[in-house]
Design a protein around this ligand. Structure first.
Ligand code: PDD
Length: 277
C-alpha cells in the first residue's frame, strides 16, 4: 500500500509521523474523506474546496493547490489499484515544540493521505438503521472539518452501546446532525434539513441531495427543525460520504413511519445512484 506523506509516495510501513506533530498532540488540523467509485473520486473538487475553507477558518496555509492535491490523490488511487473505497486525507499545522500558540509561519503543514477498500453500504441503505438521541455538546465551529472529533466519537460510542448505528444530536430542541452524517426529515413530501451554519458540517452528500431535490422538483427547505418535528416525521435519513443516503427506521426504539424505508428516501437513493455511475 502506498500512502502520501508530504507530497511523497511511501510504503505505508515506512511512513513516519513526529511525536510533536500538532495533529497528534492537539488535533490541530483538518481532514476530508472522499469516496472512490469505479476508480474515480466522487465530488473531489467539492471536498478539496471544503478542505481549503476549513484551513482558512483555522488560519492554516495549505502548501498545495487544489489541482496538485487532486493529481496526487488520483496517482494514489492508481498506485493502490483502488476501484471502490475511500481516500482519507488530513493536514496538520506541522511539527514544532509543544506550545498552544501557533508555530512560526515557516513551519510546513503535514499532509497525509491513504486509501481504503470499502464496498457501498447496500445492506443498511436497504434495511435502514436504528438511532438514539444525544445532546450535542460539541463546540460551536462544527462547520470546520477538524481533527478534533471527541464529541462525535462519544456520541457514536453511545449509539453503538445502545445497539444503534448513529446518534442524532440536538442542541436543546433543535436537531443538528449525526456523529458522522447529516440528518434530514421528510414531512408531507418536503425534505427538511438543518441550514449550513456553524452548528453542522455542510456535508457534500447533503449538498448533492439538495441539488437532486432542486433538479427533480422535490420540495426542500434548509431550516432548523425540532425533536418534535423529528418525532412526527414521515421519513428520516442520514447522508454522508460513507453512508450515502441511509434511511433511519428507528429513533430511541420508536419506529419512523412504517419502520421501513420511505418512498421519497428510496427515490433519492435511486437519483443519487445515477450521479455516481
Ligand atoms: N464524516 N457531519 C459530520 C459530523 C461528519 O463527520 C460527516 C462526514 C458528515 C457528512 O459529510 P459528507 O457528506 O461531506 O461526507 C456530516 C466523514 C465521512 C468521516 O468523518 O468519516
Amino acid at each position: 500500500q502506498s500512502v502520501i506523506v508530504n507530497g511523497e509516495f511511501v510504503e505505508r510501513s515506512k511512513a513516519k509521523i513526529d511525536i510533536e506533530d500538532r495533529g497528534y498532540q492537539f488535533g490541530d488540523g483538518i481532514y476530508e474523506v472522499i469516496r472512490v467509485y469505479n476508480g474515480k473520486m466522487f465530488t473531489a473538487t467539492e471536498h478539496l474546496e471544503r478542505l481549503f475553507e476549513s484551513s482558512k477558518k483555522i488560519r492554516m496555509q495549505i502548501p498545495y493547490t487544489i489541482n496538485e492535491l487532486n493529481q496526487m490523490l488520483t496517482e494514489l488511487i492508481t498506485r493502490n489499484d483502488l476501484t471502490i473505497g475511500t481516500i482519507y486525507m488530513q493536514i496538520t499545522r506541522g511539527i514544532s515544540p509543544r506550545n498552544h500558540a501557533f508555530p512560526a509561519a515557516d513551519i510546513q503543514p503535514t499532509l497525509v493521505a491513504y486509501t481504503k477498500e470499502a464496498a457501498r453500504p447496500v445492506e443498511t441503505m436497504r434495511a435502514g438503521v436504528k438511532t438514539i438521541l444525544n445532546e450535542d455538546i460539541r463546540w460551536l465551529l462544527c462547520d470546520i472539518k477538524s481533527l478534533n472529533l471527541l464529541g462525535n466519537l462519544m456520541a457514536k460510542q453511545k449509539a453503538v452501546e445502545a445497539g444503534c448505528f448513529e446518534a442524532i444530536q440536538h442542541r436543546d430542541e433543535i436537531v443538528t446532525e449525526g456523529s458522522l452524517s447529516n440528518i434530514s426529515i421528510i414531512k408531507n413530501g418536503k425534505v427538511i434539513t438543518h441550514p449550513a451554519n456553524h452548528l453542522i458540517l455542510n456535508g457534500i452528500t447533503r449538498q448533492k441531495v439538495l441539488e437532486i431535490c432542486q433538479n427533480n422538483n422535490i420540495p426542500f427547505e434548509e431550516i432548523p427543525f425540532t425533536l418534535e418535528d423529528l418525532k412526527n416525521a414521515d421519513e428520516i435519513f442520514l447522508t454522508g460520504t460513507t453512508v450515502e443516503i441511509t434511511p433511519i427506521v428507528e429513533v430511541e426504539g420508536e419506529k419512523v413511519g412504517s419502520g421501513t424505508i420511505g418512498s421519497i428516501t428510496n427515490k433519492l437513493q435511486q437519483l443519487f445512484e445515477k450521479e455516481i455511475e
